[in-house]
Each structure stands twice: as C-alpha cells, then as structure tokens.
Design a protein around this ligand. Sequence first.
Ligand SMILES: *Cc1c(COP(=O)(O)O)cnc(C)c1O
Length: 359
Amino acid sequence: MNTPKLFIPGPTEVLPEVLAEMSHPMVTHRNKTASELQRRISNNLRRVLLTKNEILLSTSSGTGFMEGAVRSTTAKRAAIFSVGAFGKKWYKIAQGNGVPSDIFESELGQPTTPEMVDAALATGKYDTICVTHNETSTGIQNPVEEIAELLKSKYPEVVWCVDAVSSAAGSKIETDKLGIDCLVTSTQKALALPPGMAVCAISQKAYERTATVKNRGCYFDLRDIYDVIQKKDYQYTNTPCVSIMFAMDKQLQHILQEGVEHRFERHEKMAEYVRNWAREYFAIFPNEKYLSKTLTVVTNTRNLNIGDLNKALIERGMLIGNGYGDLKDKTFRIAHMGELTLDDCRAVTESILDICGIK
Ligand SMILES: *Cc1c(COP(=O)(O)O)cnc(C)c1O
C-alpha cells in the first residue's frame, strides 16, 4: 500500500527504524528489564520536555491525560481557557467528569491573554487553570511565557495544566522555567510516534494537590500512577502498550541524537518557510503575533476545493489537513512537525501551487 507523506497535524511520519520496533516480540511488563526500559523513557522524556518533574505514561491518546490532569488536580473549580476546538474539549472533559469549571473563550484566531487569566483568577474562585499551548484548529501558540509571569507573581498556589499535545518535542517549551504543573502531550504528533500513549510531566505541587481531591477516577488518576511507578520502579498501574514503549525508547534516542535544540530550530525554520509561503500566495488565519511553530493554518483566499486539492496531492504522495470544524474549507492546515524537513515543506507547498496553477 502506498501511503502519502503526512502533512496533517497527527498522526505524523514515523521513522522506519522506529516503526520496526513495534514488531518487537512481547515481553512482560513486570520485571527488571521493563523497569529499566520505562525508567530510561522517563529520563529521556525529561530532557525533551525540559523538566525535572516526574513523567507519567498512559496507554491512551493525549485526551486521557487531559482528563487525568483536570480531574485529579481540581479541588475547588477549574478555569478553562479556550482558543478553539481543543480548549472546548477540555471544558467538555471537565463537565463530563463532574469537575466544577467555567470556560473563557477567545475569538477564533486569537490567543488566551494574561489579562484574561488575571481577570478570572482575581475572583478567587479557581484553584486550577487549563490552557492550550498550541491550538491545532486555529494555528495559535498561546503566550505561555506571559501567563507564567502572571501566575508566578500573583497566583503561585494555582495548579497550571497545559495541553501541549501538538507542540511538545517540536516547539521549545521550558516546562520547569514556566512552572507548568501538568504538561500533557501524546505520541502521534511532534514526538513522531504511532498514536497510543499519553505523556504527563507532573510537578510536586500538582502531586500534592491530588491528595485533596476526592474523586480522581481510576484509570487516569495521576496520584495513583505516580505512587505506583515510585513503588514499582517505573512499572505501571496497568498493562501499558509495550510495543509503543519499544518504539518510544528508539525515537527518544533519535531525538537526543538530533539534539533537542536542533529539533526546535528545525521546527522554527519549517514554520518560517511555510508562513512566508502562506503570506505570499494566501493569508495566515490566526493573529500573526501568536503563531504556532508546528502547523500553519492558511486562509483559503482562493476558494480552492480542499478535498480535490488533497486528491491531487495524494497522487503525488502527500496529504495536508483541511480546516477543523467550522473552519473546514475556509482554511487548510499544513503541519510541519515531527520528522518532516524543510525540503518536505518545499515539496508540499510547490505541489499545491502547481496543482492549482498558481504562479
Ligand atoms: C490532537 C490534539 C488533542 C487530542 O489528542 P489525542 O492524542 O488525539 O487524544 C488535544 N489537544 C490538541 C491541541 C491536539 O492537537
């Protein structure tokens, strides 16, 4: 089967040697070798996520740990800041779990501002906030540095959960410097692994908070997972997807070989290139001051039929993303994350111009 190269925001391209690790014979997840493998994965993830915090893993997609984070850390009420589809999802998760919460929405294409966070927290109603780092539906990267300043100076007791599903391991996120308490991501985006594992870097502050939360659920109870991996030397509460563990171990070695700083720079360069292309031939959808480093959401100023465009792209071995939700056909999305290169970005953008007879 000929599969097109993926320029969609997940799943992304996986290196053949990493993919091959998925066919490793099964092993027990309850012995010393399993502990060593899973401890090494946690240590290497810390280097990629720029944190000394404990790393939790779960066999689920990223949404699992979004649920775990908001449910396990909210003792009082959560303020959820939404800049698009994935912020709304966090609110849906909180509501579905009976976690008291309010949503604060920005217009599509606009960020969550520190002023919005300040106004919400000044009420004193909230002990947890949820922020999307990189909104995959609109192409916004939120100003987490400014939000971090605000939290440090005025609200140090608030637990800060960040959805970095589509940016971690692509954009530089200084988890510890920013003081992020729960940084959530998953494997199939900038980490460039198959889908199936969620990752959460959890701070001591968030861990301590969980003790005051009564109904933390079970499968995604961050406290339980944290406690079990301490007690059992990185063996997990349940049977994890051992196959992804093998692939993850290999991919993390690859990422560290590339060098995390080089990886972030490569993403910056791809983003610059695709943005410039979008400005020249189309327009960029979100506010230019807050652009994502891992995908570009392009306004479909030429009224292209995105379905037809993708059919023609597939013939050439490539696939891009249509707009998400209400932005379908009004925008299209080019992801530049994971293992893609500048040459890949040139190939897809030039093909689009060629197919559409632009130039
Ligand atoms: C993809 C995505 C999610 C959902 O992640 P899953 O791994 O599919 O559960 C959440 N937030 C953002 C920003 C995403 O891009």
